[in-house]
Design a protein around this ligand. Structure first.
Ligand SMILES: Nc1ncnc2c1ncn2[C@@H]1O[C@H](COP(=O)(O)OP(=O)(O)OP(=O)(O)O)[C@@H](O)[C@H]1O
Ligand SMILES: Nc1ncnc2c1ncn2[C@@H]1O[C@H](COP(=O)(O)OP(=O)(O)OP(=O)(O)O)[C@@H](O)[C@H]1O
Ligand SMILES: [Mg+2]
Ligand SMILES: [Mg+2]
Lengths: 228, 228
């Protein structure tokens, strides 16, 4: 479903070059649940930006459904990011002036879903992440973990076939984190949604089929989980 | 050192009232290391805003060093927040247009520390959190966990006697998180700094003297840790 071949990402700042990813070969099969683990600064979010078509590699290719995304025009990329991929950002990236329900329905409006159906689905998604009492709160009227859960609900809005979850439980207590892990697991097991998470949450790692270790921008290890 | 008496915080939105804290009696002795735990949305950050004088209770009092902070004028409050209290925000709150080193030295400039000494201390603090290679990166040129560590370094800049750490390891892998736990522990044990953390990190909770459980804006349980 998703593949990076020889992906390198180098940032050039006034103070020098930072090599965030070095020749990363990474692939995920449709329906897989993969966790990417590694120290802070090892390149997890950068890899997600490559796979999610939010940024371009300095060299190497990224394929989604066997299509080289560097060949897509901006409309095709927009469609990918809106319909095919659900991105849960590490720093949430909610729209500050919009309420929780409006943040969640926005991608559906972009996808052409009519207003009543999108509000109904938005309420259902926010209920699934425990926020049905917070529909009309704006991000600054929500706790950190509540903002994180709005970001999660939003990523699921258009029923994406690929979810990129960047540290989705970082701001959650263990019980709420478990609910999110089960939510993602159910999408994977019952609906075949492909899930890639960047995480250091051991429970989330346990729930995945495969764990890929990143260190200083390189994949250094990979292990399969024996799941029943 | 810090005490809340009957602190209640109610937010009124168009859609109704939210009672974030209900008659909370909470106190911390000088030199203590206390963890506040509780589900997402239970009131941890709100309690921190009360203690850190960043917001006012709807009713009840907050005392710092036996002074009712509601009686302080804005200069006295500014001094408190700059010199006495170090606040590590759950969502970092770094200044986007400034580099890591400038973010860390800013509180020192406000405290009247002269420029060369503040840069020297800033570099040392960033080194202590593993970021001496990232001094000139701005927040959007840093990973999530690196931004969190800049926020930690900044909170320590003026050698506060009270640190409020709101989920300081939420974006960190276990090894980096351990470094932060040891850093805070050393400040507490070697320098008598009072530390209050809001966290769901079990390792951080283990490191504290006392654990206070919050649920729906109320303290529901408290336990002492037997530490060697
Ligand atoms: N725009 C940028 N310019 C320069 N360097 C950058 C930029 N963005 C990221 N980096 C650097 O690239 C490296 C990888 O960053 P990335 O965000 O992918 O790490 P990460 O594994 O997600 O870390 P974390 O667990 O802390 O979120 C980091 O060392 C970071 O400082
Ligand atoms: N400005 C606001 N207006 C309305 N409600 C608010 C506001 N700020 C916070 N709340 C609500 O107050 C409650 C407590 O929020 P708080 O941020 O203290 O929780 P928390 O324990 O820090 O949660 P988390 O673990 O998710 O960070 C939440 O239910 C939140 O929705
Ligand atoms: Mg990251
Ligand atoms: Mg909070």
């Amino acid at each position: 479903l998703a593949q990076t071949i020889g992906v390198t990402k180098t940032y050039s700042l006034g103070s020098g070059k930072v090599c965030a990813l070095q020749k990363v070969d990474f692939s995920v099969m449709a329906g897989e649940y993969v966790s990417i683990v590694g120290p802070s600064g090892s390149g997890k979010s950068t890899l997600f930006n490559m796979i999610g078509a939010l940024d371009q590699p300095t060299s190497g290719e990224v394929f989604l459904d066997d299509i080289d995304i560097a060949q897509l025009d901006s409309n095709e990329l927009a469609w990918l990011r809106c319909r095919k991929i659900g991105y849960i950002f590490q720093t949430f990236n909610l729209i500050p002036v919009m309420s929780a329900i409006d943040n969640v329905t926005l991608p559906m409006i972009f996808a052409g879903v009519e207003s009543e159906a999108s509000v109904e689905r938005g309420i259902d998604l926010l209920d699934q992440v425990g926020l049905k009492e917070r529909l009309h709160h704006r991000p600054n009227e929500l706790s950190g973990g509540q903002q994180q859960r709005v970001a999660i609900a939003r990523a699921l809005a258009n029923r994406p076939s690929l979810i990129l979850a960047d540290e989705p439980t970082g701001n959650l207590d263990l019980a709420t984190g478990q609910e999110i892990i089960h939510l993602l697991q159910a999408l994977n097991q019952d609906h075949g949604v492909t899930i890639i998470t960047a995480t250091h949450d051991l429970k989330m790692i346990e729930a995945s089929d495969r764990v890929v270790h990143l260190l200083d921008g390189r994949i250094v290890n990979e292990e399969r989980n024996e799941r029943d």
